[in-house]
Design a protein around this ligand. Structure first.
Ligand SMILES: Cc1ncc(COP(=O)(O)O)c(C=O)c1O
Length: 418
């Protein structure tokens, strides 16, 4: 029998680019153990999925109960209460004005694609404005909106027509809010009439793109632009949602609200589910049967989602996200290495960006990541230049383990920049 690494190379395509060279045996809260019983502090959280930690006992209990009742009926065929209850709860909590409606899917990419469908059906227009550095998924239409060619779009040829990318503000990389808002005018002067634009989709904090929080003026400008031309404004909160930024949704940090809001990842606490919440009038634009999916809003995931909302409230995770984010930010600011170009945070959406000789250095970020892995700390990189380390620990991480992770970080960053 070949070992697992060889079997993986043989059986799976290289397009699935795997970070770790070890294999998971078990996980609990903020710890993962591999098949050789090595222990890792999990600062990746399954790419922002586990804000409430691995295998939260409340989620396990609820899913076990659901397993004994039924695991799948297809909501569109035979509906069940937990789907409706989760939609009701999200409608109450989402920062969108007026009457709201919510439906569920399975992945983040499905949420963003369906948001576009809803916006098109509502406006009877076809074009979409997204932003450079954005990430909205890898599926055929979502990847068109994703603002990064390599590795996501290269070799794919033309995708959905009518997708244009504006500039996303980024002070470190010298894109001002004015530049970014002007790029919308530029698109609508040179490429497409604003009256053909169905939607503007943006992340309130760019995730894969580098953990850049959107300046308030930018989001206000997007809202004004959308209102001026009757465009649907979509907040993609797939990565920012469910307490990560110190609010249930990152849009609560801003003075304006979107028309539609995409969510996924930490909604399910480890079970695959995504959702789209929006103004009822817009959400109802799609004809019956136009939304949904075989597994969309699977009952194991909807009961998990209900528990996630309770856990966030009962364990005070909004405050916890702020406290941990502040601690990490202060710790990073104390490190004083000249290679640290910027430290930024919105709650526990914290990132450190590395430059070497005045240029973004993916090499340094990768080195920090590799050294941390050797020390038992799992970190993720991100950013258009791959030069950012992002921190996505479960918000339920015990203080002692968090401190241990900071000690590892201090050691490996010092070693990497030496
Ligand atoms: C902001 C954002 N939108 C959409 C997606 C796509 O989600 P999924 O990988 O579940 O399709 C991601 C995934 O990282 C994301 O961060």
């Amino acid at each position: 029998m070949k070992d697992l690494k060889a079997r993986k190379e043989d059986a799976t395509p290289r397009g699935i680019n795997v970070l770790c060279d070890w294999f998971v045996a078990k996980a609990q809260n903020s710890t993962i153990w591999d098949t050789t019983e090595r222990e890792f502090i999990d600062f990746a959280a399954g790419i922002a999925v586990l804000n409430v930690g691995h295998r939260h006992p409340r989620i396990i209990k609820a899913v076990e109960k659901q397993l004994k009742a039924f695991t799948h009926t297809a909501y569109q065929i035979s509906p069940y209460e937990s789907y409706i209850e989760l939609a009701e709860k999200i409608n109450k909590l989402a920062p969108i004005d007026g009457k709201k409606k919510t439906c569920f899917f399975t992945t983040g990419g499905e949420a963003t694609e369906n948001a576009i469908k809803v916006a098109k059906a509502h406006t009877k227009r076809y074009a979409v404005i997204a932003f450079g550095g954005s990430f909205h998924g890898r599926t055929a239409a979502a990847v068109g909106m994703t603002g990064k060619v390599v590795p996501y779009k290269a070799d794919l040829g033309p995708g959905m027509i009518g997708i244009y990318h504006g500039l996303y503000p980024n002070a470190l990389h010298k894109i001002t809010v004015e530049d970014a808002l002007r790029s919308l005018d530029h698109i609508c002067k040179s490429s497409i009439s604003p009256y053909d634009v169905a939607a503007i989709i943006f992340e309130p904090v760019q995730g894969e793109g580098g953990f850049y929080p959107a300046p308030k003026d930018f989001v206000k400008g997007l809202r004004e632009f959308a209102d001026q031309y009757g465009i649907v404004l979509i907040a993609d909160e797939v990565q920012t949602g469910f307490a990560r930024t110190g609010k249930l949704f990152a849009m609560e940090h801003f003075d304006v609200t979107p028309d539609l809001l995409c969510m996924a990842k930490s909604l399910g606490g480890g079970l695959p589910i995504s959702g789209l919440c929006g103004k009822a009038k817009i959400m109802d634009a799609v004809n019956p049967g136009g939304l949904g999916g075989t597994y969309a809003g699977n009952p194991l995931a909807t009961v998990a989602g209900l528990e996630v909302l309770k856990i966030i409230k009962e364990e005070n995770l909004l405050q916890r996200a702020k406290t941990l984010g502040n601690t990490l930010q202060a710790f990073l600011k104390n490190l004083k290495h000249k290679e640290i170009a910027e430290i930024r945070a919105l709650g526990s959406m914290v990132a450190v960006e590395f430059f070497k000789d005045g240029q973004p250095s993916s090499e340094l970020a990768k080195k920090v990541q590799a050294l941390a892995m050797e020390e038992g700390l799992l970190l993720l990189t991100c950013g258009s230049y791959g030069n950012v380390i992002r921190f996505l620990y479960p918000l339920t991480i015990p203080d002692q383990q968090f401190q241990k992770a900071l000690e590892i970080l201090k050691k490996v960053i010092a070693k990497a920049v030496k």
